[in-house]
Design a protein around this ligand. Structure first.
Ligand code: NOJ
Length: 558
């Protein structure tokens, strides 16, 4: 593989290992299943994969509760399986990014266990243990709320059975936050990075990349008028603290140790839901991280003005620091795009001044709205072609290439997202976008594995959406993605300049790449004419030469 800056334009496919492909028939996806399906990804034409956590974990938060950062959970296979996966991907020209979870670990991590076992253990300072407030210390040290509901602190019990200190967990009670002020934590993560880089990993997606550094004075968060507790995003002490910069620069140096290896640069992509984009782009300024997801684009409503504004502000802000933009329509935390865009409210209307919303809360708000699935799929296809025509990199969440929709009616007793329990059954959480993929056949389990019942049930309606059916159908969503990826790779214009096209305006969003390819998206109700040129690809067939409503076309205008 060459050492050019591949990450600036890469199309990265997100694998959620539990739900991608089951190699051994236990109903859970695994690493051998992933390896077996690599040729499918190669024929789709992706440049890289990002694998969500595959580490040993009690799976209380789908593996984002890591008990051992250098291993593979037996549910997913062996360490050798992982090494074979990396080698097989590289052989097919696919780079491999994995997840780094640096804000918290699992309560089963040996260092947290040591900290719990002895209040005087040195491991205590690797986490945030604090005495409680109130006369008996029975009130949490701050008023902070956890992202999954309930307080962000849990009280411990001393070895002698008496009530002890509290520890901080911004997510589930089983996800204690690391104390990044302790150099042991800092060194440990340097070592984890090198461990995986040395085993051939091309990069890391950094989980909650805006939260590791904390204000040691731990001030209470402001409670909004009318609310009973602060919003989990309210504590300024937690989010986007100045200490992050030093961590990012340090990690960049570690990655840059590998720039001159035959494999080429190792990279980072930050997961940080920061709005507006001006406070996000310092993360990708020189000497810091390489890329960061553009979550405003993911959350934007299907409205021309909102999309135009987000593209403009995102592109301008990133260009200002010399970083590429990184587009994303979905992931394992958000309602699938084909469902979201089939609802009466399709996301955040940034043009009306609305601010970004917490994904879990946005999902929960939209979930109760009915879905027009045909409309949702049509728009999801148009959105994919819009995203893939924009400058920078793009991510595809597994199943988007099949046009999969959200499974909104999973039985309550099967829900696994910690949000469901911690919110007192008010917020169903994110399981609906994590249902195992349909590969083949006419009924569940749709070839997910050689046998076994998938860990979440697949809907019967996916019979027409299997990979097997779509790969051989010239009109399928899969074929549209493959064509888009092929054109993107073949035409140099897709690595060229971005400029708004003269036909841009109102309900028609239009831009050109290098004055050679125009991308036109029709958000309006009426069909619109297209610029002169050869039609390269459309998300929906043209009608009498016009681009219909909720459709995207790519035109060669050279
Ligand atoms: C973001 C991950 O994408 C999500 O799935 C997880 O629950 C939280 N971070 C906590 O690790």
């Amino acid at each position: 593989m060459s050492s050019e800056q591949w990450w600036r334009n890469a199309v990265v496919y997100q694998i959620y290992p539990r739900s991608f492909a089951d190699g051994n028939g236990d109903g859970m996806g695994d690493v051998p299943g992933m390896t077996a399906r690599l040729p499918y990804l190669a024929s789709l034409g992706v440049d890289a994969v990002w694998v969500s956590p595959w580490y040993p974990s009690p799976m209380n938060d789908g593996g984002y509760d890591v008990a051992d950062y250098r291993g593979i959970d037996p549910m997913f296979g062996t360490f050798v399986d992982a090494i074979e996966f990396i080698a097989a991907a590289h052989k097919l020209g696919i780079r491999v990014l994995i997840d780094l979870v640096p804000n918290h670990c699992s309560s089963e991590h040996p260092w947290f266990q040591a900290a719990l076992a002895d209040p005087d253990a040195p491991e205590r300072d690797l986490f945030w243990f604090r005495p409680g407030r109130g006369t008996n210390g029975d009130q949490p040290p701050t008023n902070w709320a956890s992202m999954f509901g309930g307080p962000a602190w849990t009280r411990t019990t001393n070895p002698d059975g008496s009530p002890g200190d509290w520890y901080l967990h911004m997510f589930d009670v089983t996800q204690p936050d690391w104390n990044w002020d302790n150099p042991v934590v800092v060194d440990e993560f340097d070592d984890i990075l090198r461990f995986w880089f040395d085993r051939g990993i091309d990069g890391f997606r950094i989980d909650v990349a805006d939260s590791m550094a904390k204000d040691r004075s731990l001030p209470d968060a402001t409670v909004a008028p009318g609310a009973t507790e602060p919003h989990p995003r309210a504590p300024d002490a937690i989010w986007n603290q100045p200490g992050l910069e030093a961590i990012q620069r340090r990690w960049r140096k570690v990655a840059d140790e590998y720039v001159d290896t035959p494999q080429g640069p190792r990279v980072f992509v930050a997961e940080a839901y920061l709005d507006p984009v001006d406070i996000l782009v310092p993360y990708v300024s020189p000497g810091r991280l390489h890329t960061t997801f553009n979550f405003n684009a993911l959350e934007s409503a299907w409205l021309a003005e909102s999309q135009r504004l987000v593209i403009n502000t995102t592109y301008t802000a990133h260009r200002g620091v010399g970083a590429p933009t990184t587009w994303v329509l979905g992931n394992h935390d958000n309602v699938r795009v084909a469902t979201r865009f089939g609802k009466a409210e399709t996301g955040v209307d940034f043009a009306s001044g609305r601010e970004a919303e917490e994904p879990i809360l946005l999902a929960n708000r939209l979930r109760v709205l009915p879905t027009d699935s045909a409309l949702g799929l049509r728009r999801a296809r148009a959105a994919a072609m819009l995203e893939l025509a924009l400058p920078g990199g793009a991510y595809i969440y597994q199943g988007e290439e099949l046009g999969l929709d959200e499974v909104e009616d999973l039985p309550e007793e099967l829900l696994q997202d910690p949000t469901w329990e911690r919110s007192g059954h008010k917020i169903r959480g994110r399981d609906g976008c994590r249902v195992p993929l349909p590969w083949s056949g006419d009924e569940p389990p749709f070839g997910f594995g050689p046998s076994g019942v998938p860990w979440l049930p697949q809907p019967e309606r996916w019979a027409g959406s299997t990979a097997e059916k779509q790969v051989s159908d010239p009109n399928s969503t899969w074929t549209m993605y493959r064509e888009a990826l092929r054109l993107r790779k073949e035409l140099p214009a897709f690595r060229g300049d971005f400029a708004w096209h003269e036909s841009d305006g109102g309900d028609v969003l239009a831009f050109s790449r290098d004055d050679e390819v125009a991308c036109v998206v029709n958000f309006g109700a009426e069909p619109v004419s297209l610029p002169d040129g050869e039609v390269l690809l459309t998300s929906t067939p043209l009608v009498d030469g016009l681009l219909p409503s909720d459709a995207t076309a790519w035109i060669a205008t050279w």
